[in-house]
Design a protein around this ligand. Structure first.
Ligand code: AHG
Ligand code: MN
Ligand code: MN
Length: 342
């Protein structure tokens, strides 16, 4: 593979083409999906950056299938992605956090051999207070016969992903993706409207600096989880204390830990016995990225990418980031079934 140094100016489109060259059998369809996602990301970034001016803050007075109040930007980002992706002829179906069921490709458009799953806007509760939000996506290959995608195509374990990534709308807009050949970061240069390679071959430090967890659920955790958190905080007298950093946007917390080293933990608790985060379009894509960067992702009992999905919007406990801290969670939790994705 062509080795890039951050000094060479490489657009995401050029990088995708060069990656494709490593697969002689590639038809270019997956590359086309990644281009179109980069375009959708620019369009969403544009809306997020000026949301405060265009009166698109606040709730959309509607709820999604999870019973969560949708923000106007959730709905807008969802529509932008669907409209950018539904006519390219590379997808046979889509699935979104904001849609109850599979999104079929309209009859007048060609169908392809991939499915796209996505969280159009992650961290919605932060939109109105100008804290970074993101988009998360996952691509799997169609496994059923016939033209249109079916639930069986969508409900595949994360290890079957062919591509995954996220966009973070932060102090700069960055897109990070993998096709299984490493994890690479691209920063949007707004003056030319191009994503430029800025973080080739991202590697997450073996042990973390940061702990991202919402401590307000402490009372609802079981003892095993409390034990892990005490270790992460250096309160057990043997471990190094991690600094707590919790933004409340998974993408923002994950991205900081990916670059600086750390663990994001959203354990199961008595209120959410299967965890809060969604397996198919939050945990799986970020798990693919973090493993490609040398990290790990577990639900406490098993590797996230090995979890066999049964429902479109199923939730999972999540421990993701530096390998050392994830291993610790797995050792202490030891697969306690009642609290890890039972
Ligand atoms: P989304 O906005 O897509 O619903 O995701 C919100 C998620 C995730 O971004 C974040 O890590 C988590 O919710 C925060 O949950 P708590 O507020 O319970 O900590
Ligand atoms: Mn989310
Ligand atoms: Mn969301």
């Amino acid at each position: 593979m062509v080795k890039h140094t951050a000094t060479s100016v490489v657009t995401i489109e050029r990088f995708i083409i060069e990656e494709e060259r490593n697969h002689p059998e590639a038809t270019g369809e997956l590359s086309g999906i990644l281009y179109d996602l980069a375009l959708a990301a620019k369009m969403i970034a544009n809306k997020v950056r000026s949301a405060g001016l265009a009166d698109i803050l606040g709730s959309a007075e509607s709820e999604n299938v999870q019973g969560e109040v949708q923000q106007q930007l959730d709905v807008l980002a969802n529509e932008i992605i669907i409209k950018a992706m539904d006519h390219g002829g590379r997808l046979c179906a889509m699935a979104s956090e904001e849609e109850p069921d599979i999104i079929q490709i309209p009859e007048n458009f060609k169908c392809g051999k991939y499915c796209l799953l996505f969280d159009p806007l992650d961290g919605s509760s932060n939109i109105d207070v100008n804290v970074p939000v993101g988009t998360i996506f996952s691509v799997v290959r169609k496994i059923t016969r016939g033209r249109h995608g079916e639930m069986e195509d969508i409900l595949q374990p994360g290890r079957r992903q062919v591509a995954a990534g996220y966009v973070i709308y932060g102090s700069s807009t960055m897109m990070v993706y993998t096709t299984g050949q490493g994890a690479h970061g691209f920063t949007l240069d707004p003056s030319i409207g191009e994503f430029l390679l800025s973080h080739p071959n991202i590697r997450i430090p073996e042990t973390g600096r940061y702990l991202s967890v919402n401590d307000s659920y402490e009372e609802l955790w079981d003892d095993n989880v409390r034990t892990i958190m005490r270790k992460y905080k250096g309160l057990d007298g043997t471990s190094k204390a991690l600094s707590t950093r919790y933004v409340g946007s998974l993408v923002a917390d994950f991205h900081r830990n990916l670059l600086g080293g750390g663990i994001f933990a959203y354990p199961a608790n008595r209120k959410t016995p299967r965890g809060k985060l969604r397996l198919l379009y939050e945990a799986n894509p970020l798990a693919f990225i973090v493993e490609q960067a040398g990290g790990a992702a577990s639900d406490g009992a098993q590797r996230v990418l090995d979890v066999l999905p049964t429902e479109l919007h199923q939730r999972t406990p999540l421990f993701i980031g530096s390998k050392h801290e994830v291993e610790l969670a797995k050792r202490v939790l030891g697969g306690a079934p009642e609290l890890v994705g039972a």
